[in-house]
Design a protein around this ligand. Sequence first.
Ligand SMILES: [Fe+2]
Length: 141
Amino acid sequence: MALIWRKEMSVGNDNIDYDHKYLILYVNTVELCLQTLEQKEQLYDAFDQLYEYAEKHFSKEESIQRKIGYPDRLNHRHIHNTLLKELKEVETKISSAKDSEEVKRIAPELTQFLRSWLIDHVFNEDMLLKPYLRKHPRAFS
Ligand SMILES: [Fe+2]
């Protein structure tokens, strides 16, 4: 079953929540491509979209953190950089698989990884922004 955004994932800011919904969509798309593997190009495209969106989202989130004076923002930025490196590692695993059989074999492990990659970050780190975001309008950007 695909990942679904639930209201418990809300950090109290519409812009960040919106991005998280889209990141879920991109993770789901990569998962779907990993399962079907009809064309490897589709998988690479889906992965590129996920990476680009994550990059944009992280810098947007970091800018909001600066504006609200979030005290742990340097650490959070470091975590974002690590998350991008981890995505690159997943991409390398996919591209270095020798054939589609191997991609299918590692697909469940990659799927599980991508889900935790996103969900754990939202719940463990982004949720720490909630008390600071509460002092601003929901549409703050
Ligand atoms: Fe974050």
